[in-house]
Design a binder for this molecule. Structure first.
Ligand code: NAD
Length: 235
């Protein structure tokens, strides 16, 4: 059965009130990436890193943030398309799930989860975590870290993603700048196996020339329109 793989990035959540990353100035919510999103930063200043992700989590769970029409359109596609639809997201938010998608891989981890370095277990995390937090699984204190794949670490589920790309007929990238590898290289892989490739982004990404088709505009407009077309084509 034909398979669609959709790579998403921070741009799909921008209209939900979550700021993108590199957009204006290379800063993420006023912090340099090197200060909050690397294993070195966590070793150097764990309290800053804990605080950064605690604030991101609080924002994600606030009343102002909700899934938007683009997240919801992808869930509609998953329901209506006769083949498999897989969302591979670089986002750490849970807006695809809130929008109704079920087949989602979070290749860069999840904000609402913590990882215990003592027992290797993951636990759902809705509140704040710090150096004094205990693991709900093993009870050890002080070994919890955000379950985020930081720069310099290996993304999750790469084997599953590669397998899905190998069999895909359509590859779409939505709201991603093409700065971060390996995700930015998926389009070339998909193209090499004969998939139709399409970029949906506010502006041309760094890798736009690798796509067969590029559509520009806000995700809440271009994604529902593209989804309607794919459903209508029915293959
Ligand atoms: P990025 O911030 O580097 O790029 C965002 C892209 O989205 C840009 O190309 C921009 O033009 C586009 N964009 C902005 N608003 C848009 C809109 N309304 N509609 C469509 N496109 C829009 O994001 P990235 O490529 O995902 O890489 C950033 C990294 O930072 C990721 O690895 C991710 O883990 C992390 N991050 C995640 C979140 C989140 O979970 N929501 C937010 C910020 C950063």
């Amino acid at each position: 059965m034909a398979r669609i793989v959709i790579l998403t990035g921070a741009g799909i959540s921008a209209e939900s009130g979550i700021r993108t990353f590199r957009a204006a100035d290379g800063l993420w919510e006023n912090h340099r990436v090197e200060d909050v999103a690397t294993p070195e930063a966590f070793r150097r200043d764990p309290s800053l890193v804990y605080r950064f992700y605690n604030l991101r989590r609080e924002q994600l769970l606030s009343d102002e943030v909700a899934a938007n029409a683009a997240h919801e359109a992808l869930a509609r596609l998953e329901d209506a398309f006769p083949g498999e639809v897989l969302v591979v997201t670089q986002n750490i938010d849970d807006l695809h799930e809130r929008g109704g998608s079920e087949n989602v891989i979070h290749m860069h981890g999840e904000l609402l989860q913590s990882w215990c370095l003592a027992c290797d277990g993951r636990t759902e995390t809705l509140g704040a975590v710090d150096a004094g937090s205990a693991c709900a699984g093993c009870g050890v204190v002080g070994r919890m870290r955000p379950d985020i794949v930081w720069f310099g670490e290996i993304p999750y589920a790469m084997e599953r993603i590669e397998e899905a790309l190998t069999g895909c007929r359509i590859f779409a990238a939505i709201g991603t700048s093409g700065n971060v590898y390996p995700a930015a290289g998926f389009v070339r892989f998909a193209d090499s196996v004969g998939a139709h490739t399409v970029e949906l982004n506010l502006e041309a990404s760094l890798v736009h020339s690798a796509f067969a088709e590029v559509r520009q505009g806000p995700a809440t407009e271009v994604v529902p329109q593209w989804v309607d077309e794919v459903i209508a084509a029915g293959r």
